[in-house]
Design a protein around this ligand. Structure first.
Ligand SMILES: Cc1ncc(COP(=O)(O)O)c(C=O)c1O
Length: 475
């Protein structure tokens, strides 16, 4: 669009937005196992009201908006306490898991610059199952990521591989609680002990699990150790906008003490402008997400979270049992909470995902890597719990459909595609995109063919391909 010469009416605007939303995943129906965490209408409404009430307030300057400082301290302290940290543990509220992880990595880099100035090219050790955000942080902040192996049976980080990967340049070890792909918690005590033994920092990515696992523990369920009670852990990220069921954008990054958090802070004193100190990435920050998080944490309380976690766990367990009862499918590893991955030795999982999406279920495909075959990821969140049995029925039906569907054969496209990619043709990506059916900046609805091709490409070509596609997708 262009900026309209004259403003439109409210009615026109909201009619347009209503129509635009009708193309999106229908999260309100609850058949959604990624992207959205819906605690139900009542809780959602409380988060929304608080969000809107604070939409305009700006976290840029706590002297102008002291109430935001109070809300941030409350939210941070509540999460630290839930994760069993003492008074010396501190933190900040960020816009999400990625920002929390960016901050943890920047802090580790700047800590190393100060405490180990001899390190010119800092490295961090990250299991292959850890989130992309560590790779993004490394790219943004100039660290090298050393990727280490996972156990192909349990999908947990291989601590011996981490030990072997330590060099004089290592500054940070990372563990996940849980890692998103298969929903399993890494051996955090062993990773943290290794970090401590070598004088390194240890970050626990509990973006997904921090709240849910802590509530499970309070309910008397067995939970692998991952929080502030584990010696050697120096920072933890925990998202509020995932299983904290708060409105996006809200996460907490925590540090062992203020001495470490110092390295997260940014100030600039060289301009003619106003005084600027940013604890996190952003300068201007809407108070909306913070107020939304404060409201939801207080509205639900421990009791409310226990109700959500209890329903979600019952549903996740029924769903996993259902998957295991379908002969063609299996659950990967032994998930520690309500996230799991489904794979198959006989079916193309990308086709199965498409078949589920076509029936109105929002589920995600994950690519195969050596030791972890391609799979369908399921994050069971509260509003999806009530569909557990329907989900298994739809999955069973989709399996039968995929068994009858013609198999995806990429060989006819892969040959010409590889030739094109090797040719140095300046039109390379446009032509390649046309070859795989991604044209005119349109988003494909069936992804099985494209995913099968992308998965077959070398990592760097796949990355270039995706960047090219998205570079053309947005205005
Ligand atoms: C384990 C883990 N860490 C970090 C992130 C990044 O979170 P966000 O999407 O909020 O930036 C995710 C997202 O799924 C995740 O699963």
């Amino acid at each position: 669009m262009y900026l309209p010469e004259k403003g439109k009416t409210r009615a026109e605007i909201f009619e347009f937005l209503k129509i635009a939303r009708s193309y999106d995943a229908r999260w309100e129906e609850g058949r959604i196992y990624a992207y959205v965490y819906d605690p139900g209408k009542d809780v959602m409404e409380v988060g929304k009201q608080a969000f809107v009430a604070y939409m305009v307030e700006n976290g840029l300057d706590p002297t102008a908006f002291p109430s935001l400082l109070k809300l941030e301290s409350d939210v941070t302290r509540a999460v630290i306490h839930l994760l069993r940290g003492g008074e010396q543990v501190v933190g900040s509220v960020t816009t999400g898991g990625t920002e929390s992880i960016l901050m943890a990595v920047k802090t580790a880099r700047d800590w190393a610059r100060f405490t180990r100035p001899e390190i010119q090219a800092p490295e961090m050790i990250v299991c292959q199952t850890a989130h992309h955000a560590f790779h993004k942080a490394a790219q943004y902040f100039g660290l090298k990521v050393v990727i280490t192996a996972f156990d192909p049976q349990t999908f947990r980080a291989d601590v011996d591989a981490m030990r072997a990967a330590i060099t004089p340049n290592t500054v940070l070890l990372v563990g996940s609680a849980p890692a998103y792909p298969q929903g399993v918690v890494d051996p955090i005590p062993e990773i943290a002990a290794l970090a401590q033994e070598r004088g390194l920092l240890c970050h626990v990515d509990a973006c997904v699990g921090g709240i849910h696992l802590s509530i499970m523990r309070k309910m008397g369920r067995s939970v692998p150790p991952f929080d502030w009670t584990v010696p050697g852990v120096t920072s933890i990220s925990t998202d509020l906008h995932k299983f904290g069921y708060c409105p996006k954008q809200a996460s907490v990054i925590m540090y062992r003490d203020k001495a470490l958090r110092r390295f997260q802070m940014f100030t600039s004193t060289k301009t003619t402008g106003y005084t600027l100190v940013n604890p996190t990435m952003l300068s201007s920050r809407s108070g909306g997400p913070l107020a939304g998080a404060w409201a939801v944490l207080n509205y639900l309380g421990e009791e409310g979270y226990m109700r959500l976690v209890s329903e979600v766990m019952q549903a996740a367990e029924r769903m996993m049992d259902g998957v295991r009862s379908i002969p063609e499918l299996r659950v990967m590893g032994q998930p520690d909470m309500c996230l799991f991955a489904i794979t198959s030795d006989s079916l193309n999982m990308f086709q199965l995902t498409d078949a589920m999406v076509a029936k109105g279920w929002t589920v995600q495909s994950q690519f195969g890597k050596p030791g972890a075959p391609r799979n369908m990821h399921i994050s069971v969140q509260y509003s999806a719990a009530r569909h557990a049995d329907d989900f298994v029925a739809a999955l069973r039906q989709s399996v039968e459909e995929v068994k009858l569907a013609p198999p995806i054969d990429v060989s006819a496209v892969l040959g010409p595609l590889n030739e094109l990619l090797a040719s140095g043709d300046p039109q390379i990506f446009e032509n390649a995109m046309a070859l795989v059916g991604m044209q005119d900046g349109k988003l494909p609805t069936e992804l099985a063919l494209i995913n099968t091709l992308l998965e077959a490409m070398p990592d760097d070509i796949q990355a270039q391909f995706l960047i090219e596609f998205f570079n053309n997708l947005y205005a």
